[in-house]
Design a protein around this ligand. Structure first.
Ligand code: GDG
Length: 743
């Protein structure tokens, strides 16, 4: 799916991903150089994007042998053995790396954004080297990009990079994803470089956050700190003439991969081994998996566990908590934190242990991925207690690995994941007593409730996996690129060019009058739009042009005395009766045959909907998981091969349209209606989809075409479907004035 999307939308554009951490690290092992892949869902998902799209990944070369394997531009083709994109390494001297990474990034921005203010430690040299490092990154990115490039930056290490890039190449498209929380102004104001950080980030065209709250907090900080224009409704900040769009994209995981690993034989064997090793054959198991990190609040979690065994002593010997805590930052304050965690676990074990049981099993090193999934699957409770967290992927990994559906997720209400994961038991990590009660509640929960909560959670994560996250961001980037290239063509900047006298209004339905929804049966026209149309029809003729069957579209819009064209114009209703009916018995037989085959071949793929509209058909794939898209496209293409002599097959927004070659398209329908009912009138056509392109072309030079989301064939664009209502409202006002003037 990604490959197709990238081929269609990124061809000719150069994608440059930038992050602090690199996807491949060269290290010396014995006398040999070994390639390591840092663990983590994000690096592997972005690696997939670049494998499909090609392009460049710019990152800090932190491996001991990284320099030995690159060319004179510090580049190396990757993945090793099967190269499909370029890794360009950026070199930082040990002093700069220390101050930029361990200093400003980890001792200023990280604790600041996680509202752990007593951990914030400013040094002037941290900031100076943070600026230097960002400039070094900027130089490397500029060496590899042209005006046409799309730069996609990650995280808080590179706040100044967007601004530096914008200063040098103003036409670049720059997007940035902020993985950690963004605090509110009351917190952010303590940053001595607040203004510079915000200015740097406003060099972006798109700034993505995990949840809407963080985008809103960012906007509030800009409001307090900079003289910028703020459009809260559309989440756009305009500063020094440049617009930055803010949007939430909740990050996720590869659900299918976790599910497949959790149900594998290896996982079953690993569970047996782990249970034997820790003597966990009976009783309940709780699991915590974290980087050894103070924001994950391991101490608070352990205090809650301690209190749980005090208050619910009958559970001693019957519940074991496994805490996996991998040290990823090996300097202060992490060393002291590690010591405190170790000591507290020893104290709890000393206090509650029996001869053959201890309450907490502590694993203080990295566990292999396959083994980690086994821990997740066998655990009756998954615990996340962060005091603040951008998202928290562990919560989603636990859910995806719960193949038996018996576990309960206890999740900090201060983690971004809490916004999405309905079905979890939410905990305030500061309320240690409430926390211990919640552990009890999870253990006592009836099996049926556990199963239904977990089913809801699994459905949520399955439908919103990492591939959907990537596709959503890339879609937004593509839209931004298009909007930038269409400068001056935004409809609301051109209202004075819209004809209001002698107008004939043509409107598409799905995505234009009605928002795109998950299932086409649920696409209804909002009441206020229907009211506007009722008023508008007094001033101008209106035609609704749709791919839906005539009866369906008439019923959905429900306004009398207007023209309806169904099945892309093969059926036309003139307001009183049907005046066009283009049926061919031969085509119908062949369509039935094709749809029967499609139903059979696409059956194994969940979420496909085959809609038979008599003359034409639509194959909707809005509900197909992004992960299954590749299989869907392959099966679809295979089945329709051989039918091209009878049908024209076109792609729309998550739909394939199948129309007999003899049937009309929307362009022909508009021309026919104009000829019959609208001579000497000026057509305005509003649509949103590729099938509307024929209509845009048909009225070129004769009227005005408007596309929701933009299309090179249309004269003007609207940014969102909601703006169609605003435009029609304005059109009512303008046409009233013009009718009055004509009296
Ligand atoms: C930042 C934001 C946001 C941990 N131990 C082992 C292991 N892990 C893996 C987990 C998980 C990852 O580390 C931790 O991800 P989180 O999301 O929990 O947290 P951060 O590292 O702080 O990440 C966070 C994230 O960025 C993405 O945007 O969600 O809010 O702070 O994937 O599985 N993996 C293996 N062995 C371990 O022992 N294999």
């Amino acid at each position: 799916m990604l490959r197709l999307f990238l081929e269609e939308n990124f061809s000719g554009k150069n994608l440059v991903v930038v992050s602090n951490r690199e996807p491949y690290i060269h290290k010396k092992v014995g006398t040999q150089i070994k390639v390591d892949r840092p663990a983590g869902g994000l690096t592997s998902a972005l690696d997939d994007v670049l494998r499909a799209a090609g392009g460049i990944w710019v990152a800090w070369g932190s491996g001991s042998r990284d320099k030995d394997v690159v060319d004179n531009k510090s580049c190396i083709p990757v993945p090793p053995g099967n190269p499909s994109y370029t890794l360009k390494r950026v070199w930082l001297s040990p002093g700069i790396a220390e101050n930029y990474y361990h200093g400003y990034a980890n001792q200023v921005l990280w604790p600041l954004c996680h509202i752990t203010l007593d951990r914030v430690y400013f040094r002037k040299r941290f900031w100076e080297d943070y600026k230097k490092a960002n400039r070094i990154f900027a130089k490397a990115v500029l060496e590899e990009s042209s005006d046409d490039s799309i730069v996609w930056i990650h995280d808080y290490h590179l706040c100044l990079l967007p601004g530096f890039l914008r200063d040098c190449k103003s036409d670049l498209t720059i997007a940035h994803f902020w993985h950690i929380p963004w605090p509110d102004w009351g917190v952010f104001r303590v940053c001595p470089q607040a203004k510079e950080i915000l200015e740097g980030l406003l060099g972006n065209d798109l700034l993505g956050f995990q949840i809407p709250l963080f985008a809103k907090s960012f906007m509030d900080c800009v409001k307090e700190c900079l003289d910028a224009d703020l459009d809260y409704q559309n989440a756009v900040v305009t500063y020094k003439g440049h617009a930055t769009r803010l949007k939430a994209f909740p990050i996720s995981i590869d659900y299918q991969k976790f599910h497949a690993m959790a149900t594998s034989r290896r996982a079953v064997n690993a569970i047996k081994r782990i249970k034997q090793k820790h003597r966990l054959d009976q009783g309940y198991i709780g699991i915590g998996v974290d980087r050894l990190e103070y924001t994950k609040a391991l101490i608070k979690r352990l205090q809650a566990i301690d209190l749980f065994f005090e208050r619910y002593a009958r559970y001693r010997g019957r519940v074991t908590f496994i805490q996996i805590a991998v040290p990823t930052r090996t300097k202060e304050p992490y060393l002291s934190y590690q010591k405190a965690v170790g000591e507290l676990i020893a104290r709890i074990n000393g206090k509650h242990a029996t001869t053959d049981w201890k309450p907490v099993v502590y694993i203080d090193k990295k566990v292999e991925h396959q083994e980690l999934v086994a821990y997740y699957r066998m655990a009756d409770i998954g615990i996340i207690s962060s005091v603040y967290d951008g998202m928290n992927l562990v919560a989603k990994e636990y859910v995806a690995s719960q193949a038996d559906g018996h576990g309960v997720l206890i999740l900090s209400e201060l983690a971004g994941a809490a916004e999405e994961l309905e079905g979890a038991l939410l905990v305030n990590p500061y309320d240690v007593e409430g926390f211990s009660d919640l552990i009890y509640k999870a253990l006592k929960m009836p099996h049926t409730e556990k199963a239904s909560r977990m089913a809801v959670l699994r459905q949520q994560v399955r439908a919103n996996d990492i591939y959907k996250w990537i596709a959503d961001i890339l879609h937004e980037i593509v839209n931004i690129c298009w909007m930038k290239s269409a400068t001056g063509r935004y409809l609301f900047d051109n209202l004075d060019r819209i004809p209001v006298k002698n107008t004939f209004l043509f409107l598409d339905y799905d995505g234009t009058l009605s928002p795109i929804v998950e299932s086409p049966d649920k696409a209804f026209i909002p009441g206020e739009i229907r009211d506007i149309l009722l008023r508008l029809k007094k001033h101008m003729p209106i035609a609704i042009i749709s791919g839906r069957a005539l009866e369906d579209i008439k019923e959905r819009v429900g306004i009398e005395d207007i023209i309806y064209a169904g099945n892309h114009g093969a059926e036309i209703w003139n307001g009183r009766r049907q005046v066009v009916r283009r049926h061919s018995a031969g085509d119908r037989d062949r369509l039935e045959e094709l749809l029967r085959r499609l139903r059979e071949d696409l059956m194994p793929i969940q979420g496909v909907m085959v809609e038979d509209k008599g003359i034409t058909a639509s194959i909707h794939f809005r509900k197909v998981s992004p992960k299954d898209m590749g299989a869907f496209f392959d099966a679809f293409r295979e089945t329709v091969r051989g039918y091209e002599d009878t049908f024209r097959i076109t792609a729309g927004k998550k739909v394939f349209e199948i129309r007999p070659l003899k049937a009309w398209n929307k362009g022909k329908a508009v021309s026919w209606i104009m000829e019959k009912f609208g001579k000497r009138k000026m057509p305005i056509y509003v649509g949103d989809d590729t099938t509307d392109e024929d209509a845009f072309k048909a009225i070129k030079g004769r009227g005005v075409s408007i596309c929701v989301g933009g299309n090179p064939e249309a004269d003007y664009y609207l940014k969102r479907q909601e703006e169609v209502g605003e435009f029609l409202e304005q059109l009512t006002g303008l046409s009233k004035i013009s009718s009055f003037a004509n009296l």
